[in-house]
Design a protein around this ligand. Structure first.
Ligand SMILES: C[S@@+](CC[C@H](N)C(=O)[O-])C[C@H]1O[C@@H](n2cnc3c(N)ncnc32)[C@H](O)[C@@H]1O
Length: 252
C-alpha cells in the first residue's frame, strides 16, 4: 500500500527539522508540493534546500500539485473553504494515483507543524473518504511558528495555570480585541493588532522567524504599534511577502 508522510518542517530554520523528520525524508519517493500565493516561490526554494541538505544518496521526485482558486461567488467563508478543499482532494487523489506506485512513499512537507492552520491532513482525510486511492498516513510533528515565536522572545506563552488562545487576525477583529486570555495571532494579513484597542496590552511580534530575514519587536502595544506597522510594511515591500505572528497579553 502507498504510504503518505505528512512532515512538519519547522517554521523557517533548516535546523528546526527533527531527527524523526530527517529519517522520514529519506524514505520518500515523491514529494508533493502545494505552495501557493506570494510566498510560493521562496517557500519552494527553501524546501528544495532542505531536501538537498538532508536527503543524500537517494533519488526522489518533486511533483507540483497546482492549487485550485477559491470561488469568490460563494458568500459563506466556511462553505467556500469546503468547496475548495473538495477540489484540492480531487487533485491530491489524481496526483497520488498517477505519481506514486502501489508500494511507494509520498511526502507532503508542511510548514511549521501539520496540526496548526494547515489543510494537508484535512484534505488527505477527504481523499481517504472518497475511497479511490488507499494509503497509510504517517504524521511527523514539526516546530510551529508559535513555538518559534516564544523561543525567540524567551517567553512562556501561558501564564501559570492559565489558558492560551490561538486565533487568526480575522477572528481577532471579529472579536473586537483581546480579553483576559493571552492570545497568539496567526494569519493576520489585515494587521488586526493595529485596529484593536492597544491600552493595557503587551505585544511580542515576530516575522520570518528562523530565517535570515527574522524581525522581532516586543513591548507595550500602544508604544510599538506604529513601529511594527512600519517595519512590517518595509519588509513586505522588500521581499514581496511576509509571514508574521504575535502574542498579545494584558500587561501585569
Ligand atoms: C497557514 S499558517 C501555517 C502555520 C504553520 N503550520 C505553523 O505550524 O506555524 C501561516 C501562518 O503561520 C505564521 N508563520 C508561519 N511561519 C512563520 C514564520 N517563519 N515567522 C512568522 N510567522 C510565521 C504566520 O502567522 C502565517 O500567516
Amino acid at each position: 500500500m502507498r504510504t503518505i508522510f505528512v512532515i512538519g518542517i519547522g517554521a523557517g530554520d533548516p535546523e528546526h527539522l527533527t531527527v524523526q523528520a530527517i529519517a522520514a525524508l529519506g524514505r520518500i519517493d515523491t514529494f508533493f508540493v502545494t505552495d501557493k500565493g506570494e510566498t510560493a516561490a521562496d517557500l519552494a526554494r527553501m524546501r528544495r534546500a532542505l531536501l538537498e541538505r538532508y536527503v543524500a544518496g537517494r533519488a526522489y521526485r518533486i511533483v507540483d500539485v497546482p492549487d485550485p482558486v477559491r470561488d469568490p461567488s460563494i458568500a459563506s467563508y466556511v462553505e467556500r473553504v469546503a468547496v475548495w478543499h473538495e477540489e484540492r482532494a480531487r487533485r491530491y487523489e489524481a496526483a497520488l494515483e498517477t505519481e506514486l506506485g502501489d508500494d511507494q512513499c509520498g511526502g507532503f512537507l508542511v510548514w511549521g507543524d501539520p496540526s496548526l492552520y494547515d489543510s494537508t491532513l484535512r484534505v488527505l482525510e477527504h481523499v481517504a473518504a472518497r475511497g479511490r486511492v488507499a494509503f497509510a498516513c504517517e504524521v511527523i510533528p514539526g516546530i510551529s511558528s508559535v513555538q518559534a515565536l516564544a523561543a525567540r522572545h524567551h517567553i512562556v506563552l501561558n501564564r501559570i495555570g492559565a489558558p492560551l488562545l490561538l486565533t487568526t487576525g480575522r477572528r481577532l477583529l471579529e472579536a473586537g480585541g483581546v480579553g483576559d486570555t493571552d492570545t497568539v495571532v496567526l494569519l493576520d494579513g489585515a494587521q488586526a493588532f493595529a485596529a484593536i484597542d492597544p491600552m493595557g496590552l503587551d505585544i511580542y511580534w515576530g516575522a520570518y522567524l528562523g530565517t535570515g530575514r527574522e524581525l522581532l519587536v516586543a513591548g507595550p502595544l500602544v508604544e510599538k504599534v506604529g513601529e511594527i506597522a512600519r517595519v512590517r510594511a518595509e519588509a513586505r515591500a522588500r521581499h514581496g511577502w511576509i509571514l508574521d505572528i504575535y502574542l498579545l497579553r494584558r500587561s501585569h
